[in-house]
Design a binder for this molecule. Structure first.
Ligand code: SDX
Length: 428
């Protein structure tokens, strides 16, 4: 028996079915509201609106819980690998040994990009932002693989997913190499997923390069922590664009662009720039926190706050711990980490942040690790995109596996001019 809510509009009362999720979340099903009442709902930023039902990731913002397919992030972060997590998110289960082997081997077979794509990078300015390069290159993949674009064909779906996961690190590393005028380094399929990426980023044809296992493990952990986060801005973009039945590459390209924004994934780059500004201007943590609180100053404490987490972002806790471990193992002292810790300590005791439930989010500490391993700050969000890719793919696949899905097309409340005549130019 479905629970129902009653909505009274004037002399009319309508019943709205109540949908209850597996973790007890409750939603009013308003899919028939307009038909029965002529009313729509209005919720700018969708803070109170569910766009879909999904079985991929569960977040409890009040309790600081994050689970991928039911498994707590704390368990996965310490025990799994990013490629395993990609399989878990996309297929719904951790792969058995032979499943993992064939998944990894298939991805390894697709890590190279078409040679003609190299010329594409040559057309970009040296200082092209890697997120611009990646979103353009990912969109262009559909022109090189016209044979696997149909989101209704299971074989097309499988091969385009494997191609997408395999090629994004290559496309991102090539954007970096282009920006520093170094030759592209090809993927090394004998290495791990993060290992091959580090090879493409930091090796060159003139010297031997050994992947540092400490850095390799840190990158794999960061990819895991960024892998999915339910209906965030970029994943919602992927679902909306994917609902038009366009191919996966065009859909992921849209997700990359949404993630680039400084309020979303671009925050990791903004955090490190904020920390460097405090260091270089000789500001104290308190100076900057006061700026971030002031209505007269547009500065925000980047890496703080979250639409859903009104308690600690569990990912931030794990990354902060990893920061200290990685920097200690590397024997690196980071002034930026010191400043970040000072800012956190001040903010967590400050009424402005306490009243607004503002805590460190996933972006607050991640840049400190990326910076310590020599990644330029404009590559941080590209690394976020590499991490989020399996999440985007999982939601795209879930959308297309739902026989009842429709193209996304929200309504609006019109507040413009009411009807009025055309005025010819000579009379204006
Ligand atoms: C990510 O959705 C996801 O899951 C995203 C993500 C993922 O994995 O996909 O978790 C990744 O995008 C993390 C967020 C990264 N962005 C930042 O760190 C940028 C700084 N943070 C904010 O801009 C903000 O907190 C948001 C965008 C993250 C959330 O914005 P909301 O929920 O719309 O909240 P809001 O902007 O309405 O802020 C509420 C109040 C406001 O003050 P008042 O108007 O009530 O006086 O809190 C203030 C804001 O001014 N506020 C901040 C602040 N964040 C919010 N004030 C200072 N510094 C901040 N960082």
């Amino acid at each position: 028996m479905t629970e129902k809510a009653e909505l009274r509009l004037g002399d009319k009362t309508v019943e709205l079915p109540i949908v209850v999720g597996t973790e007890g979340e409750r939603a009013l099903d308003i899919s028939k509201l307009r038909g029965e009442t002529g009313y729509i709902t209005l919720d700018p930023g969708y803070a109170n609106t569910g766009s879909c039902s999904s079985a991929i990731t569960f977040i409890d913002g009040e309790k600081g819980i994050l689970r991928y397919r039911g498994i707590p992030i704390e368990d996965l972060a310490g025990k799994s690998t990013f490629l395993e997590i990609a399989h878990l998110l996309i297929e719904g289960e951790l792969p058995k040994k032979e499943e993992f082997h064939s998944f990894r081997e298939s991805i390894r077979r697709h890590t190279m990009i078409h040679e003609d794509m190299k010329a594409f990078y040559g057309a970009l300015p040296k200082d092209a932002h890697p997120m611009a390069a990646c979103s353009a290159a990912v969109g262009a993949l559909s022109t090189f693989y016209p044979d696997s674009l149909d989101p209704r064909d299971d074989r097309h779906i499988e091969i385009s997913i494997h191609r997408m996961i395999a090629k994004l690190p290559t496309l991102a590393a090539f954007a970096y190499k282009h920006s520093i005028g170094q030759p592209f380094m090809y993927p090394r399929n004998s290495l791990s997923y993060p290992g091959s990426f580090l090879h493409m980023m930091f090796s060159n044809p003139c010297e031997d390069y050994e992947v540092d296992p400490v850095i390799e493990k840190a990158i794999d952990l960061l990819l895991i922590l960024h892998a999915d986060h339910e209906q965030n801005c970029s994943t919602s973009t992927v679902r909306l664009v994917g609902s038009s039945m366009v191919n996966l590459f065009a859909t992921v390209s849209a997700g990359i662009n949404a993630l680039w924004g400084p309020l979303h994934g671009g925050a990791n780059q903004a955090v490190i720039e904020m920390l460097a500004q405090i260091r270089d201007e000789g500001l104290t943590g308190r100076d900057f926190v006061e700026r971030a609180k002031s209505k007269d100053d547009t500065s925000r404490l980047m890496g703080f706050g979250h639409r859903v987490y009104k308690n600690f972002d569990p990912r931030a806790k794990i990354i902060k711990k990893a920061c200290f471990e990685v920097l200690n193992k590397m024997g690196v002292h980071s002034k930026l980490l010191e400043i970040a810790v000072e800012l956190e300590e001040i903010a967590l005791k400050d009424d402005y942040f306490i009243e607004r439930n503002l805590y460190p989010n996933v972006d607050f500490y991640s840049g400190v690790i990326y910076n310590a391993i020599g990644t330029p700050s404009n590559m941080f969000t590209a690394l976020f995109a590499m991490g989020r890719l399996p999440g985007w793919i999982a939601h795209w696949a879930e959308l297309h596996r739902d026989e009842t899905f429709k193209i996304g097309r929200p309504r609006q409340v019109y507040i413009g001019n009411t009807v009025r005549p055309y005025t010819p130019l000579e009379k204006r």
